[in-house]
Design a protein around this ligand. Structure first.
Ligand code: SAM
Length: 450
């Protein structure tokens, strides 16, 4: 273990430093992994340290500061970072000997800030090893939940607003969990059983089929998709189960004309094409780069019937039809529903002002789409976030502004691949939650133009 720990710790600290300067953890981690050429065990430890610190950052700071007479505020960033990585190992990873953790952190603090702060780090971490974490507050009030689940106040307040005081503790705690890697089976090219066999026997992965969607599978020990032959062969796509359920929720009809108004890199566009319904899909995004990636996926997966456009869907003069059978509006949003995968979002700036802007953009997109659905056609709105403003409140206001639309929840049974009962709220909208069904926190509403 002793020659595993230090290099994994160095990588984790480098990644965390990049994240502090605004990088996404996934990108920073993959760049540092490539640079350092760690072995498999070390890679796993570096990943665990990086994400462990990001998930539990304020809880680690609370423990450290309770033994630091002058608090942590004035410490140089490199020192604080080394202390956090050490505190995570001391409090959460029993398998690593505490003396090795302390020695490594003290060496790092000496390196970045000199012997005096090295001595301070030594005393502080030894006290943490001896005394342990000060007891966490057990209550369900906002402050106690924030302390236990390492949530900043702005985020805890948004969650409280959506789930209420009764659900807050459970919802916040589940957001600390590690989310699985989910794949969508390309049904045009293979079956779930055949893909699972190939991934397990041929590529050393471990698979677990979804209980929610028959084309979804959770995978571990797979490594990077680019190195997987079955990925290159176009047999699957990485996609969260909740996102797959949104594609399934479209319940598109054979031969229909479809607009994917915010297609991004095409996660949902290719899903719709894979349904094998002979759909004609216009896939639109503002970003040329994303449309280029979408086109690559279309080729890899062998999808047909997709026409791409780099365009602003909210504009009345966009060169799009005005009588679509189905419009999918997977709107730009605050993305807070995937905190399990991107815990660094907790420590960036308060997103509330940005959310207000996103809500206004969603209104513009919704109203523009309302004009492009044919009477009797469907508008499916979705977001990968849990804020009320971007989800239920947004749709309540839309239905008030646009009385020609009504909720049209997806139907279970028949050709449906999904039992929708447990996934829909009383008004028929879709919700997924880490605490309710181990999925990311998404919201979607399927509406029909009368
Ligand atoms: C949530 S992402 C879409 C994800 C995608 N549907 C998927 O499943 O892979 C939202 C996308 O909306 C795009 N977007 C934002 N404003 C837009 C606009 N006015 N017109 C078209 N696309 C827009 C963004 O570039 C971004 O790719």
């Amino acid at each position: 273990m002793s020659n595993i720990g230090p290099s994994a710790r160095v990588v984790a600290r480098r990644v965390l430093k990049r994240v502090e300067s605004g990088s996404y953890a996934t990108l920073a981690l993959s760049a540092e992994m490539q640079r350092s050429r760690l072995g498999e065990k070390e890679r796993r430890l570096a990943t665990e340290l990086t994400y462990g610190v990001l998930r539990n950052r304020s809880r680690l700071d609370r423990a450290l500061s309770s033994y630091a007479r002058k608090g942590l505020k004035k410490l140089p960033p490199g020192v604080l970072l080394a202390l956090r990585v050490a505190a995570y190992q001391i409090l959460f990873l029993e398998r690593i000997p505490a003396h090795a953790v302390v020695d490594d952190a003290v060496t790092e603090v000496r390196r970045v800030a000199g012997t005096k702060l090295g001595g301070f780090a030594n005393g502080l971490l030894r006290t943490l090893v001896r005394e342990g974490e000060p007891e966490l507050p057990p209550g369900d009030d906002l402050d106690s939940v924030m302390a236990r689940s390492s949530l900043p106040r702005w985020l805890a307040e948004l969650l409280l607003d959506r789930v209420g005081a009764d659900g807050l503790g459970r919802a916040a705690e589940a957001m600390l969990e590690v989310a699985p890697l989910s794949l969508r089976v390309n049904r045009k090219r293979t079956t779930l059983e055949a893909l699972v066999e190939r991934l397990q026997d041929g590529e050393g992965a471990h698979c677990e089929a979804s209980s929610l969607y028959p084309w979804a599978v959770d995978v571990s020990s797979l490594g990077s998709p680019e190195h997987s032959q079955s990925f290159s062969d176009g047999l699957w796509t990485v996609q969260d189960q909740a996102a797959q359920l949104i594609g399934a929720m479209s319940q598109a009809e054979a031969g229909g004309n479809v607009l994917d108004a915010c297609a991004g890199v095409g996660g949902k566009t290719t899903h719709l094409a894979e349904l094998g319904l002979g759909l004609h899909i216009d896939a639109v995004d503002l970003s040329k780069k994303k449309i280029a990636l979408l086109e690559e996926s279309v080729k890899r997966l062998g999808c047909e019937g997709i026409t791409t456009h780099v365009s602003d869907s909210s504009r009345d003069d966009a060169k799009l039809a005005s009588d679509y059978d189905l419009i999918l509006l997977d709107a730009p949003c605050s993305g807070l529903g995937v905190l399990r995968r991107h815990p660094e979002a907790k420590w960036g700036p308060d997103k509330s002002p940005q959310i207000a802007e996103l809500v206004a953009l969603q209104v513009r997109l919704l109203d523009a789409m309302a004009k492009r659905v044919r009477p009797g056609g469907v508008l499916l709105y979705s977001v990968c976030t849990f804020t009320s403003a971007e989800g239920p409140t947004q749709i309540r206001d839309f239905l008030e502004r646009q009385p020609s639309f009504e909720m049209a929840p997806p139907v279970s049974g028949g050709a449906s691949d999904v039992e929708w009962g447990g996934l829909l709220s009383t008004d028929g909208s879709f919700e997924s939650w880490p605490h309710a069904n181990s999925q990311d926190a998404f919201y979607a509403a399927r509406m029909r133009r009368r």
